[in-house]
Structures are given as C-alpha cells and as structure tokens.
Design a protein around this ligand. Structure first.
Ligand SMILES: [Zn+2]
Length: 448
C-alpha cells in the first residue's frame, strides 16, 4: 500500500483497471496463439495415426531386448520358444520364466505361480511394452518407485512368474506391416474366442473381422500352446492383458454375472483394491460380460477359471482412447505420446506388483486352510493395502495443496511486480506528454 500515497488515490483507481485490462489482454493473446497452433496442428495431423517408433519396439527388437535381459540375468530368468502348427499354419510362442532360484523351479510346488499373457490381440502393442517393463523390474535393472523393496522381495522369493510377452506374434507382424486394426492371429482367428467355454456362440452384432472364433475350440496353435502351458504350470494367478479401455475384469465373459462363492468375492476385492491404488477409481471393475456391454464367448479367462481351475483369473484392459476414430486403431488402443505412454507403463507395472503381493497373501491363506505347504511369510493383506493407500492419498493431497499455495503466492508476487512496472511506465509516459506535446514526432516508440 505504501506504493499508493493518499494524494495518488485517484491515479491508482485510474491506472488499476487499465493494468488489469493490459494483463488480461496479454494472456488472451497467448491463449489465442495456443488455440491457433492447436487447430493448425490438428489440421495437419493425418486421420490415421502411424505406430510411434520412438515409443514402441517392433516385435523383433522387443524380443531381442528380452533375450539380452534373460542372458544378463541367467540366475533368475530363462526363456523357452514353443512352436505349433495346424493345417499349414504355424505359430511360435516365447515364454519367459522368472524365479529367484531358477534351477529349482521344477521340483518346488510350494511356490506361488503366476502366468501372464500380453499381446493376445495384435493391435494392442502397449501391452507388450508393459511386459518388458515388468521383466525389467523383476531383473532389478529398473525399480518401482515408492515401493518397499524388502516386502516385494519376500513375495518374489517364493514366486514363479511366467510371462508371454507377445502371444499373437503372427498377428502382430501384420500390424507392423500396416494393418493397424488387426486384432486376430496370422490367419484371421480371434485368439480370445478360440477357447472351449461357450465356444462359437455368436451375438447379434457378431463381426468376423473382429471375433472369428476359428473352426473349432483350440483350432489355433497359439491357443493350443497356451492351454498346454497352463496345464503344465498350473498357475494360481492368471492375467490376460489387453487394451481398448481401462478395466479390471474377472469371470465371466460369456455371462453377465460373476461366479458365486467366497473366492469370487476375494477376486472382486482384489480388483477393487487395485482400482483404488493404481487406477484412481477410473477402471471398470466386475465380470467381463456384465461390465463391457456385450458377452464374449470362448475367452481365455473363462477357460482358465472354469476348466483350468485357476483360483484368480483376470483380464486387464490397460488403456483406451475413447475419442479416437474407430479407424484410427493405433491411437484407439495405444498411447501416442511419451507422458501417457510412461504413465500407463509405470502405473500398470506398479499394479501388477501390488497384485503379486496380494495374490501371494491370498494363496498363503488358502494353503493354510488346505494344510498344503506354502512358503510365503510376512505378506501384506488387502486391508493393510487399503490403509496404506488412504495414508498415501492423504499425503499426496497435502502435497498438492502445498504446491497450489506456493503457486498462488508466486502469481501474487508476479502480479504486484507487473502492477509496479505498469505504474512506473505510466508515470514516465505521463510526465513526457507536456514536454513532447509540441513535437509528437519526437516521442520514443511505446514499449510493447
Ligand atoms: Zn484385446
């Protein structure tokens, strides 16, 4: 207030609105430029977004990177390649196995076993990038922020994880060759409709370009190899990873209900917890058939739950751009910019490791009930997770409020400085008017 002595009050009230208008005008100009740039950028953009090679690997470079990672950490990883064929159609399946004691996995049946599949649908490239990130975290080449490494290590000591980074390699190659909307395998069969539970049933809006179930259950070598893997490995936890929306699905896909019983309730609680912790409650949670708006028949997760008897069987949908044109498939199913790509990969890898911890705890409880050996100690419960989540959210909120306060303080300071400089300019300007009124041409140019 010392800047405005009483005798200058009138001047203050004259200048202040002028300054405010000037201030507003400056910001308006900046905004206009932004929107013009945005519109012209939009007009320049092609309607079909190509694969962003700065963000995404090719299937070949992705597998190469995984091979190198496995080679660097032979004490905890090994990789197998299976091949299968049917009526002249051949397919390949790469499976990476993680265990902290890789040489003893065959004998040790007391460990928590997890099977994860990525890239079952060819156009959902982001899922395989998530597989790579999870493998990097398991290798400890990369770390998970804000995670108790001791706790995670306890879980991983007693866990075997099998990862299929690209289930549908042939379909993926078609996408890489330019068929960006292809989701089926190398001969046009949807691998998530080729399993035996309720196989072949077609809904009214059935589209063979999307959901062709094949000539019979397990007609496709990719599905045969996955079934064989599930039979030999007998996982406790299965996740089929997709993109197209943000969702945490549990059985059933072919009915609009979830299975009855306590196990189903536990699965649902796990998903709701993951939604709180890692999806900011945005994700759709529930049965695939009941939540997505259509029923799906012959899906992998329904088989894994119903026939393979995997106690925790899920389908995760990790990303979707609902505003993208239905023809613009790369954009619809995959993040196209670096910040979104990083957010999806980081947040979902954190979700998977939370799920490993919760799943191991659930299995420990179940094994204790069954009196079967299960060597997982000191695991965190879902309740503890929720408590941790609430505390974390409170801290995060406090942090945000603090940042907002600092931002407002800075803005107030800048605004005061702006007012001061404007007033000084006005004084300089006004004081020169009488002198220069005789010769206007000698006025200095006004500073913008
Ligand atoms: Zn999919």
């Amino acid at each position: 207030m010392a800047l405005f002595p009483i005798r200058h009050r009138r001047l203050r009230f004259t200048i202040l609105p002028f300054c405010l208008m000037l201030f507003y005008a400056c910001f308006s100009i900046v905004d206009c430029r932004r929107s013009v740039n945005y519109v012209s950028h939009q007009q320049r953009q092609p309607s079909i977004t190509p694969i962003n090679r700065d963000l995404y690997h090719t299937s070949a470079t992705l597998m190469e990177e995984i091979k190198k990672l496995v080679h660097r950490h032979q004490d905890r990883f090994h990789m197998e390649t299976f091949t299968g064929s049917n009526k002249g159609y051949q397919a390949e399946l790469n499976v990476v196995t993680y265990s902290q004691n890789i040489n003893e996995i065959e004998e040790d049946k007391s460990k928590f076993r997890i099977l994860l599949s990525f890239g079952q649908h060819a156009r959902e490239l982001i899922t395989s990038e998530l597989a790579l990130k999870i493998l990097y975290i398991l290798s400890e080449d990369q770390t998970l922020p804000k995670r108790n490494p001791l706790l995670l290590n306890r879980t991983l000591q007693n866990t075997i994880i099998k990862v299929v980074p690209i289930e549908n390699l042939n379909g993926r190659k078609k996408v890489e060759a330019g068929e960006l909307c292809e989701r089926r395998n190398g001969r046009g069969v949807d691998l998530n409709r080729n399993w035996s539970v309720d196989w072949g049933k077609k809904e009214k809006d059935y589209d063979p370009n999307e959901e062709n179930p094949g000539s019979g259950p397990f007609s496709e070598p990719e599905a045969q190899m996955m079934r064989k893997l599930s039979r030999s490995f007998k996982p406790h936890l299965w996740v089929n990873v997709h993109s197209g929306m943000e969702a945490l699905f549990m059985p059933y896909d072919h009915k609009n209900t979830t299975p009855p019983g306590e196990q189903s309730e536990k699965m649902k609680l796990m998903l709701e917890t993951l939604n709180h912790l890692h999806c900011e409650d945005r994700c759709v949670v529930g049965s695939g058939g009941g939540s997505v708006g259509y029923l799906a028949h012959g899906t992998t997760t329904d088989y894994m739950f119903e026939v393979a008897n995997i106690p925790m069987a899920f389908t995760f949908e990790i990303y979707g751009d609902e505003k993208a044109s239905y023809k613009d498939c790369f954009k619809m199913f995959n993040p196209v910019d670096q910040p979104t790509f990083n957010r999806v990969v980081n947040e979902w890898s954190a979700a998977f490791f939370s799920m490993f911890e919760m799943g191991a705890h659930e299995m420990k409880m179940k094994f204790m009930e069954d009196r079967a050996p299960f060597n997982v100690d000191n695991l965190i419960s879902i309740d503890d997770y929720l408590k941790g989540y609430l505390i974390e959210r409170k801290n995060r909120y406090a942090e945000k409020t603090e940042l907002l306060e600092i931002g407002l303080q800075e803005m107030r300071t800048y605004f005061r400085l702006f007012l001061l400089s404007s007033i000084l300019l006005m004084f300089m300007f006004c004081s020169r008017i009488p002198k220069s009124s005789t010769s206007r041409s000698n006025m200095p140019p006004v500073t913008p």
